[in-house]
Design a protein around this ligand. Structure first.
Ligand code: AMP
Ligand code: ZN
Length: 120
């Protein structure tokens, strides 16, 4: 599904109906600061089109998934964390704490990140 969903938070952010702090954008993607940052640098990259999650995005629009990832790399360059290192994350489902059902890539970095996996 790719048409804008009026109930979708990130469709509304892309449309400018809900404010966000823009970091980077292309014709197909939009990157903005996470409202509840989990690292010194925490940016979300979304496709402008609505796709539910990373798997459906990959199946429905693989070039758009590539655009999202390449935009994440550009964000890392622009934020000055390309050489210090960063993490690109897609959360899926409740165990991953996923809350917004519009595919989004987390770009995390700017400091030493914690380990993956179980809470500790
Ligand atoms: P996830 O848990 O992977 O679904 O990630 C959703 C992310 O969206 C969380 O990190 C939230 O902090 C973030 N978020 C929720 N609402 C907003 C908003 N209005 N502006 C920016 N980030 C948001
Ligand atoms: Zn959406």
């Amino acid at each position: 599904m790719s048409s804008p969903d009026p109930e979708c938070l990130f469709c509304r952010i892309v449309a400018g109906d809900i404010p966000s702090t823009a970091v980077y954008e292309t014709g197909t993607t939009y990157a903005f600061r996470d409202i509840n940052p989990q690292a010194a640098t925490h940016v979300l990259v979304v496709p402008r089109e609505h796709h539910e999650d990373s798997g459906t995005l990959a199946a429905e629009a693989p070039e758009l998934l590539a655009d999202v990832i390449l935009s994440g790399v550009e964000v890392a360059k622009q934020e000055g964390i390309e050489s210090s290192g960063y993490r690109l994350v897609f959360n899926t489902g409740p165990d991953a704490g996923r809350t917004v059902f519009h595919a989004h890539l987390h770009v995390l970095g700017g400091e030493q990140l914690g380990l993956f996996g179980r809470p500790h």
